[in-house]
Design a protein around this ligand. Structure first.
Ligand code: NDP
Ligand code: 8X3
Length: 251
């Protein structure tokens, strides 16, 4: 039977790459993000392959997230794979200079948003005794680095939530996986540096970062293991990277 995946943050980067790859493997898709026009574009690219539902919401808006996900059309209620991907870094300032609005955004999107979506979707998985939750964490959720402070804290929280979900959902037929990428070239750094393309480009200077598609391949691998196999935690680096800030560069 055709499976359905719900992907948050599907308008760009890793989420969009997951949507493209999963569509080519015949998953029906619920694609989410704030930018409706990007969701519409992606839907029109994919709908010749699979059924696609777009949901435009800000994951920070608990009421909208809850109401939207709890009133899905009947044919979309059975979600087999939830990819908690929406998230970003905002700023790279030392803690004493941090912008408190940036801190709020990271905690509200990366942690609370992930929780709001999970709270609406996981009970339907529990009721069906099947499902797979993929939490997109980060190497920043394993190691702190200079200026990473609140972004790292938000991704350490994702790491803790992934571990807790594994325990809470143990025995209920649900798989839980954290995928923790290193440097992936997406809109991520442009968002972190508030549209400064030069600063964003500099993050990947002299090295070959991961592409969003590389991370999507790991998601596909993880969700296509046999029923008795759950990969609970996976770190994916570009070959040039060995730790959050240990990166071999050519210059
Ligand atoms: P992008 O900036 O390309 O994508 C971020 C996605 O999140 C967009 O689709 C965006 O959609 C969505 N999003 C952001 N804020 C909100 C919000 N408030 N409500 C709903 N959706 C939101 O970055 P990536 O693809 O790189 O990031 C995806 C995930 O991967 C994030 O969780 C990030 O932390 C993680 N990650 C990224 C790494 C990297 O180096 N790029 C490395 C490790 C982890 P829209 O703007 O339309 O709302
Ligand atoms: C994104 C990777 O190293 O920029 O989570 O924090 S990093």
């Amino acid at each position: 039977m055709t499976k359905t995946a719900l992907i948050t943050g599907a308008t760009s980067g890793i989420g969009k790459a997951c949507a493209n790859l999963l569509a080519s493997h015949h998953y029906n898709l619920i694609i989410c993000g704030r930018r409706q026009e990007k969701l519409d574009e992606l839907k029109s690219d994919l709908e010749s392959q699979v059924d696609v539902l777009t949901l435009s919401f800000d994951v920070r808006d608990r009421k909208v997230v809850t109401e939207t996900l709890q009133s899905l059309p009947d044919s979309w209620k059975q979600i087999d794979v939830l990819i908690n991907n929406a998230g970003n870094a905002h700023g790279l300032s030392p803690i004493q200079q941090g912008d408190v609005d940036d801190w709020d955004a990271m905690i509200d999107i990366n942690v609370k948003g992930l929780l709001y979506v999970s709270r609406s979707v996981i009970p339907t998985m529990v009721a069906r005794k099947q499902g797979h939750v993929i939490n997109i964490g980060s190497i920043a959720g394993k190691e702190a680095y200079a200026g990473g402070n609140v972004y790292c804290a938000s991704k350490f929280a994702v790491d803790a939530l992934n571990k807790s979900m594994l325990i809470d959902l143990n025995g209920l037929g649900i798989k839980v996986t954290a995928i923790n990428p290193g440097l992936v070239e997406t809109e991520f750094s442009e968002v972190r540096f508030k549209g400064d393309k030069e600063k964003a480009k500099n993050v990947y200077r002299g090295m070959e970062p991961l592409r969003a598609e590389d991370v999507a391949e790991t998601v596909l691998f993880v969700i296509t293991r046999p029923p008795h196999v759950n990969i609970s935690d996976m770190t994916v680096f570009p070959t040039a990277q060995a730790a959050a800030t240990t990166v071999a560069r050519s210059e």
